[in-house]
Each structure stands twice: as C-alpha cells, then as structure tokens.
Write a protein that binds this ligand. Sequence first.
Ligand code: SF4
Length: 318
Amino acid sequence: MADILVSIRNLDVHYHTRMGVVKALDKVSLDIERGQLIGLVGESGCGKSTLGFAILRLIPPPGRIVGGSILFDAEELLDKDGAYMRQIRGKRISMVFQDPMTSLNPLQKIGDHLVETITTHESISKQEAWKRAEELVDRLGISPSRLSDYPHQFSGGMRQRIMISLALALDSDLIIADEPTTSLDVIVEAQILDLLKELKAAYNMTLMLITHNMGIVAELVDRVAVMYAAKIVEVADALDLFANPVHPYTQGLLKSIPNIKLLDQEFEIMKGSPPDLIDPPTGCRFHPRCLHAMDICSEVDPPLKHVGNGTMVACHLY
Ligand code: SF4
C-alpha cells in the first residue's frame, strides 16, 4: 500500500478583493507519497504556488483557507495553532523559493544562517551545527570556507544551492520548491536539476516541484499533477502523462513544447486564455478553450476520477 505523506482533500483558498472573491484553489485534492518527486504544473495564476503556500499555512492576506483538509503524516494541519506550524516549517516542511534573496538575510553570513536554522529546531551546540553546515554546503558543491560570506557574494545558482542546503539542514520530510530555477540561466539550471536528482536518490527526498516548465518535469519527476484555473485536472505517473496525456488541457500543454528531436514538429498553440477566477466559466472551466467540449461540459463540473493505470482525470470524456 502507498505510504502517503501528504493528503489534501477539497481544499479551498479564497482571496477577498475589492473586485470580488478570487477562488485561488477550488476543491483541490492531491496525495503525495513519501519519497516521491511530484511536479505541479500549469499556466501562471492557475493556483500551483498557492497550493504550496497552503501546505505551509502561509497564504498571504487577504487570502484564506476556507475549507478542506491537509493531512501531513496523518495529522490535520488546518487544526494546528501558529506555534505548532512554526515548528513544522523548516523542521518538517521546507520551501525553496524562486528568488533566494527574498529568503536570505543580506546582513547575515551564510554560515550563521544555517547554524541559526539548525539550532532553532534542534538542541545541539553552535559548534556541532557549524560542523553540520560545513558538511552540507560541501555536499552541495560549495567550499565550507565560504560559510563566512554574505548572500550578495554568491551567484544566483550558488544562492539556490544554499537555499537547498537550508532545506536539507533539518532533514525535512517534505521540500516544496517553487520555480527554483526560473531566475537562473540554462547551464546553472541544468546543474541545479542534476543536483536535485542526486539529492533525491541520496536522501530519498519527498519533493513537490512547482513549475510551468514541462521540460523540467519530464527530466525530473515521478508523478505529475496538472492544474488549470484553481483545480487539478489530471494526475499521472510522469512516463504515462508524457506518453498518453488524457485531459485535453494536458494534451494542449504538451503539444506546445518544442522538441529538438522532431525537426518537422508543428506547434499547436492553445486558443484562448485562462479564465478570471472571480467569475470562472460554469461546468468544466476549460470548456471555452476545449476542442472536445460537449453540452454537458458547460453545465457540470467534472470530478477528478481514476481512469486506470494510476491516472486521475477531471473530464467528461472519461
Ligand atoms: Fe473538454 Fe469537456 Fe473534458 Fe472539459 S470536460 S476538458 S470541456 S471534454
């Protein structure tokens, strides 16, 4: 039986704005198995980062989790108080952000940052924490002598390695990486992706990788969840999803990726744009853009259901 680390059910996140209520997550359900590397993909604004922040209970105001459940290691996170969540964050669930400079204190040396992170969550001496910090950065390809440097003295790729070392410092059960390579050039991006692959094998990490880049997903992940307009529309093992995407939106996403092995490839650009989440289309939210839309599609919201082979899809075609 699958060892589920995170089980999300019917999660709703709303932002109350002057224009109306933005339903940023709408009845989202997802399981993440221990040791799995899951990719969360979809266009900008589909809710993928919101889901990452919701797991950490860090939805910024005016957003709020208004319904549903997040079980983490069988414990309901939505019932926990602020003090409990502060212990969980960093120690058991870590987040790696797109721009490391937003998370690193520019006035604090990298070594002090790591030592503070470790000693906040574990009762060990500063000397022991410093030793562990040295081992960690060395493992991630940074000379331990650079622990005395400040964040601005590192390149973007090095800073992202430091963020990953912070996530590994406490041996977190779950690492959520939100577009971790978007601000990097392609060579450094490839290095960071190789590093994540290596670490996954070495640490048996459970990693949720949030990205709009299907190439990264193909390269790295075990399982993929595809989001469209605040909902999950397909979840499948990565090999199955790329070989046989079942939701029309996933099919459209994959057809729009360039493939250098296919010299005569014709791109298909998906028509239309993602809907306004204050007033989304009725029924299936993808119906105004879907080439297979039927009458029922504009009336009934299709539930996410199993269609065999471990694949789940929300579409009336199945
Ligand atoms: Fe297309 Fe209908 Fe399926 Fe939505 S439910 S993806 S509109 S076929």
